[in-house]
Ligand binder design. Sequence first.
Ligand code: NAD
Length: 362
Amino acid sequence: MRAKDEFGPEYVLEVFDAKTGMQGVMVIDNTACGLGKGGMRMVPDVTTEEVMGLARAMTWKNALADIPFGGAKSGIKFNPKSPQKEAAIRAFADKVRKFIPDLYIAGPDMNTTEKEMAAFADQIGNKMATTGKPASMGGLPHELGSTGYGVALCTRVAVEFQGKRLDGMTVAIEGFGNVGTFAMKFLSGWGAKIVAVSDSRGVIYDENGLDYGALMKTKAERGTVTAHGSGKVLPPAELFKLPVDILIPGARPNVITDANVGEVKAKIVSEAANIPMTYEVEKKLMARGVLVLPDFLANAGGVISSYCETMGWDEKKMFEVVTEKITNNTKLVMGRTKDNDTRAAALEIAKERVRKAMAKRG
Ligand code: NAD
């Protein structure tokens, strides 16, 4: 099992429900900056070690986002397609209830949506038990686009920090789901030229630029961006090799690897997805002068929105807070970066904030 260190974890709770067969683990890694906040995933093969690693990642993400949350995560080992899914969520809620919401607040993650969040909060009997609830329960749903907006903003702030203009820069975006669509919407609105977008069926590539509204219509009516009509259709993996200024991996983990990193031509890689490449692969891009905007900086719009939800703020205020935090944190990371290693700078800032909070708490 992953070892404890100076930061945590503070609690590792493994639970089992004989009635449903649900096995679960809740890890509260570090609460120096605030109560533990992290998603609750349901996967048949989740392990305690994996959840510990994910909880630690949340400690750094929340600290870097500069929101008063510590790091935590939950994993429910259960078949997400089972008709007993809701019963398993409710059983998990019963087992961990004494930690909620003073030490842990859940949120949607793999195979859990606003529906599961509603069941979890209902079982606990407290709306504060989770974020990502339906709007009818006071939630700020992902559909508002906080993460994609944050990715676009982080990219723009970094470009301007380099003394350049986003206007006219070419962009390729992997994935046209929640994050990819909003990233395209805002980057297009700020004058960038989106030349390529992919989904699981392939890439649509048009050097003259793709229109956001028209592409949304194609995706809604035909189910895939590849049916768009204009430009060329390429296999999904070709997206990462295109001659663009900005590349946004925004769908799956580990898409840039030792095998294709040499073919990346973008000057900026803005990580919308979680872990689109390992740190070792990132370092290869950094060594070539590519600006990498690390995932826990670029895609923090979602956790900042979660914080706003716990404060009971509305959509307008949420976008204001995301704007302020992403702008400040991006500038801070850019200013602190040495040898083009943005991830090391971001991690250093996050660790400093956690250490400072730990010292304050004695
Ligand atoms: P989503 O399910 O809404 O969309 C995923 C998109 O990826 C879909 O368009 C799908 O067609 C596409 N896709 C699947 N396989 C693909 C392939 N082989 N090639 C290209 N595209 C493919 O998911 P999302 O919420 O947009 O999340 C995307 C990524 O962003 C994930 O890594 C997620 O962990 C990360 N993320 C999301 C949020 C959030 O608030 N939604 C927050 C932080 C990080």
